[in-house]
Every structure is written in C-alpha cells, then in structure tokens.
Design a protein around this ligand. Sequence first.
Ligand code: SF4
Length: 221
Amino acid sequence: MDSKNYIRWIRDKVGHDKIILTFAGGCIFNDKGEILLQRRGDTNKWGFPGGAVEIGETPQMAAVREAKEETGLDVEVGKVIGVFTDLNIRYSSGDEAQSIVIAYELLPVGGELYCDQIETKELRYFSKDEKPELFTKSHDDLWNEIFASDKKIRELAGANMDIDLVSENVAWNQSSCAWNEAENTKEHKCAVKDTSICKYFCGIKYLDSVLCSYPYEKNEV
Ligand code: SF4
C-alpha cells in the first residue's frame, strides 16, 4: 500500500462508495487576529489548510505536514479548536465520503508563505468580517466556532507593554480586569510580563490591549 496516498489506495478497493475519511488541519492567526485561508486548486474555493491523515501519521503530524505543503509555513500544533463532520460529501469524481475534521490552532514557527499554484492558488489572511465562501460545511463550522469563541475574549485597552505590570505600582487601570471587578479586588495582576501568572490571559492585541478569557479559563475558549 502507498502510505502517502491512503485515499487512492482505498478508492481502488471501494470505488465511489461512501467511506469515512479523517482530516487534520487548522487555523493560523496573524498578529491582528486574522485567519489564514488558502484558495484551493481543486474547487477554487477558500478553506483552512489541512488534509487527509495518512497511514502511520497522527492527526497532529498530518496537520503539520499539510500546513507546510499548502502554506509554506512551519507550524507547531496548539489546542484543539473542535472536531467537525460532513455527513454527505460528493466529489466531482463521484466519490462519496463522510468526513471527520480535527481542527487545531497552528502556531507558525518558521517558513514563508508559498503557493504551489497546484494545491494552493492563493493565500490570504481574513478578518472576522470578511468571511469568504468556504468549500465544505466543516470549514464553515470551524470558522463559526473560532469567532463564536472570540466573543468570549475580553479586551482591555490601555495596557503599556513597557511597564512591568506584575509589580505593585501598575500604571494602568488594573481594576478594569474582569476578574478584579468580579471579586471587587485589585489583587489580580495582569500577566503581560509573565504569561504563566493568569489562567485567563490569552494574549496581546496590537498595540495596547490585553485579551482575557475571564470567566473561562484560556483552555476553554
Ligand atoms: S490577564 Fe488576568 S489579571 Fe490580567 S487583566 Fe486579564 S484576567 Fe486580569
């Protein structure tokens, strides 16, 4: 069996019959919180980078490989965003399938954006308000999940990244921290300088906003 093309191998046996296929991929953000999508060579529609898990691969390995092949970026696999299913897929070839799509947050660690003009015709970052037509229901569901989660993130404007916010004399209004507000305290110090301090700390939004997931722990959003 060709371990690099499980789908072709199984199609040789079952023809166009419906099969269950497992895909892995996910979401790469830029520092503005926009999402990287690829315009696919096969359908000309937009989708998240990802593809079929091959024999001998974990879903995480497949997500890393597909991200490299389809975007040129080297990524590390972060948290699972969700698992999505299309019950009825019919490809132009006549092949039928039911998909299981495992979507991760993918963290770029190297490489450069690259379109091979075969699998990927174009790469572009999209903001929440620029949703293009996506090529399957699973990708639609993933988009909706990402931005539904985003609604849980609170944004505190006015942080100054040059200030040591962990010390006593913070120079911005730490009381506006939702956690402090809820407990009517000033005890909780922002985690800008040490992200291990606060379990609600989700990141920084350029230039001066702290993103907090309170009351959800960051692993829940
Ligand atoms: S990161 Fe934590 S301490 Fe800092 S503002 Fe957000 S919830 Fe408050």
